[in-house]
Design a protein around this ligand. Structure first.
Ligand SMILES: [Zn+2]
Length: 196
């Protein structure tokens, strides 16, 4: 679903933006994608999230903060945010539950994908699996860690909507993969921690 009523573009100040799309890829999740001529620079994710929260507030007293585990959260309403950029693409997401987003340009990285397949129970890993793993790790606050074998069993085929269980921290994760033009894809994960 393409959103509406958002007039001024969020990143217009960069002068390089050529497109933006608002999507609702999973129930209760908002995703916005930006395409720019020039690559997004380090820090673009945080800047984009702050502008998004300012223009389309999650609550009446937004307090967007960056947690020690790398995740973004509103200190007032508890809403969760995530950002990712690759080349001239930037993806921002937010949800009531912990959310992770990852955008990847298609590129060859055979060694990394062989490693990902080994730790994720896959016969063959693709760049879509890489994006999915990044999104899941971001959602559960493990973005800075290297997953151990058995951390999760990623589905061989990433469809519109997958559900998987993560061993650490124990969580049930909803996953959605979206292609973005011919050269990129976006993966989105929403996590629910499992008690006990
Ligand atoms: Zn809020």
């Amino acid at each position: 679903m393409i959103g509406s009523g958002v007039g001024e573009s969020l990143l217009a100040s960069t002068g390089s933006e050529i497109g933006e799309s608002f999507l609702t890829p999973l129930p209760g999740v908002d995703l916005v994608l930006y395409q720019a001529v020039a690559p997004f620079l380090s820090g673009s994710g945080g800047r984009g999230l702050r502008r998004w929260a300012a223009r389309r507030p999650c609550c009446a007293a937004v307090q967007l903060g960056h947690l020690d585990d790398g995740r973004w959260r509103c200190g007032h309403c508890g809403g969760w945010f995530s950002a990712s950029h690759s080349g001239g693409l930037l993806a921002l997401a937010r949800a009531r539950q912990p959310v992770g987003v990852d955008v990847q340009l298609y590129r060859r990285r055979p060694a990394a994908l062989r490693w990902l397949a080994r730790v994720s129970g896959l016969e063959t890993a693709t760049i879509a699996h890489w994006a999915a793993a990044e999104a899941v790790l971001k959602a559960v606050g493990q973005a800075g860690s290297r997953p151990q074998p058995g951390w999760a069993t990623l589905p061989e085929v990433l469809g519109d909507h997958s559900i998987l269980r993560i061993a650490f921290p124990a969580a049930r994760v909803e996953l959605r993969s979206l292609t973005f033009g011919p050269a990129a894809l976006v993966s989105l994960a929403v996590a629910r921690l499992i008690d006990g």
